[in-house]
Design a protein around this ligand. Structure first.
Ligand code: FMN
Length: 216
């Protein structure tokens, strides 16, 4: 690391003062609370509020993380779509558990989700695939996600090949589809001054959710 990068890193420090969170502000149901915060993120023009970090763990216990886009959130859980042969998908096949995290910097808010993961039905994935722009559909075909590729030209050549192969409607590749993360724990974090943040954790009980305040 250069000295100037190191200096810049250390210079960057800010206070989190854009809000507060108390037990009485919280919905009994964390999905309802998620919707409330999501709407606030949306109306506050948070950049990419649907971008979330997905963490998975390999069969050897190696964690890895990457951003994916949230494509649905309801009482069943949180949905995203990807390539079923990718690095993350291999992790999920061996270890069907995941962490999801959102950081909405403009609101000093973080949401952390832990849960179990299952593939969506072919029906649901097909339905969603059919709503994607044509270019995104072609990329799903052209990308052997997470594998080494010889060059940019090679990627574009394969993309064009599928463009010619599918002049009209593009079917969903069978190696592409969605996952549902069913939450077990959901934490809502609101940054506060002097790092004395508000944190509330929902944990799933038999028929309801328990809410605890956590130390920051
Ligand atoms: C803003 C953003 C959104 C992304 N959305 C997705 C997505 O919805 N699905 C996906 O498979 N990859 C998405 N990616 C790419 C992933 O971060 C990642 O590079 C890719 O899925 C391969 O991950 P893996 O090799 O760990 O499986 C997105 C990346 C960014 C930065």
């Amino acid at each position: 690391m250069t000295d100037s990068t190191q200096k810049s890193i250390l210079e960057l420090r800010r206070e989190y003062t854009r809000g507060s969170l108390d037990l009485q502000d919280l919905a009994q149901d964390p999905i309802e609370q998620f919707h409330k915060w999501f709407q606030e993120a949306h109306t506050s023009l948070v950049n990419d509020p649907i971008a979330m970090t997905l963490s998975t763990v390999s069969h050897e216990g190696q964690p890895s993380s990457r951003i994916v886009l949230l494509r649905g959130a309801d009482s069943q859980g949180f949905r995203f779509y990807t390539n079923y042969t990718s690095h993350k998908a291999q992790d999920l096949a061996a270890n069907p558990r995941a962490g999801l995290s959102f950081f909405w910097s403009e609101l000093d808010r973080q949401i952390l989700i832990e849960g179990t993961v299952q593939k969506l039905t072919e029906e649901e994935s097909k339905q969603y695939f059919s709503t994607r722009p044509r270019g995104n559909q072609l990329s799903a075909w052209a990308s052997d996600q997470s594998k080494a590729v010889a060059s940019r030209e090679e990627l574009e050549r394969v993309f064009e090949k599928y463009e010619n192969q599918f002049p009209d409607e593009i079917p969903k590749p069978e190696f592409w589809g969605g996952y549902l993360v069913t939450p077990i724990r959901i934490e809502f974090w609101q940054g506060r001054a002097s790092r004395l943040h508000d944190r509330f954790l929902y944990t799933r009980e038999a028929t309801s959710w328990k809410i605890s305040r956590l130390a920051p």
